[in-house]
Design a binder for this molecule. Sequence first.
Ligand SMILES: Cc1ncc(COP(=O)(O)O)c(C=O)c1O
Length: 425
Amino acid sequence: MSIGCPDLHQPMPTTAPDLFSNDYLSVTTSPRARNAFLKRVTHMPLVFGSGGSRLLTGNKDTHTDFEARITDFFGGPGCIASTAALFNSGYDANLAFWSTIPQKGDAVVFDEFVHASTRDGMAASPLKSLGALYAFKHNSVLSFRERVQQVLQAHPNIANGQGMLFVAVETLYSMEGDYAPLLQLLDAVDELIPKGCAHVMVDEAHTSSLFGPDGRGLLSALGLQGRVHTVLHTFSKGWGMSGAAILTSPLVRRYLVLYSRPLLYTTSLPHAHICGLNTVFDYLAGPDGNALRDRLRKMCNYFEQILETALRHVPPDLLSLLHREIPADYPSKVFSPIFPLISRSPKLLEEFLRPLGYAVTAIPYPTVPRGKEQIRVVLHAGNTEEELDEFVARLLQWVTMMEADEERRQEAPEDNAHPPERAKL
Ligand SMILES: Cc1ncc(COP(=O)(O)O)c(C=O)c1O
């Protein structure tokens, strides 16, 4: 990764409000969640490490009880993905699924922007050397349909029931802040792929806890649980912890438990960690969670409004909000808490904001294509309107400085031979 070549010796600044982490519901700073955790953990007989992998001594009742809880929560009536397998991270879970489940004779059609963990899993799968991995253009239903048709022609065994066509998509893409057109993609699956020959895997990393009843996720909000075969819920974003669960069929879970290396060859989560997970599920899967979800939506609407006004007269290449597609067939309550701010100078913007205490990271070329260089702002339930006003004012201050700098250089063209390394602050 080439984001600023960090050596990680310095912590991120924390003195300004959090406008960048994945802690969407501000769980990590909630005194209520903290106190509930401390109360609960006191009564636990074991708090430290589990002592081994799930297959050895690390399969304690702490783990099996939590997995049963997650199975009940995410895998209720109407879900095809009805059984949970617990992983130490979302990265491990994707790696496990994609390296283990698709087999020779199968093929994968995936959105070109799926997360690195899905890519790494596919790279470790036998399908990689067999040339059976097919990307489609990000969020393009047309490209998806073309790919599926191409795959069915190239792999006639799939339509004959001798292989499976896997589909890999996410609900909300974290760099673009846009949503997959899930209903249209699933309609295309039903229309093009013979019944029983498709396996759709949806990564809910950025929507788990934010949508659906009690935070069950976007698929639940859209009523799509009966059309998706495997779902990834990470606990590292909105749930404010880390770890993940794959919800899937009992057969696929059995394969994962028997063969997936990220589950077999690592020590399972410590007891205190699972205590934390139970605490945040108690906190967010109820009225407190509903209030936080509502609050986050309000903050997002407010931020979008003030940003739009503030950036109206700013040259788009200097600073603009990337258009974030939310499919027209999604309920109006669905919003995106991710705001990619496109700028030709994201590093200069980072250098301006960091000393003010913002934990911002520029995402420059070549991490993203030219024209998509950005800083990525993420909103949280704990943000306030005043914090957002202040941040937008800072953005405009930077814009004014950049424009003044540009003007100066136009008036004194000899300076252009040595353009400033950074905006004068
Ligand atoms: C879409 C997606 N899937 C999986 C992961 C990995 O999750 P974790 O951070 O829990 O390992 C991430 C993390 O950024 C992600 O964005």
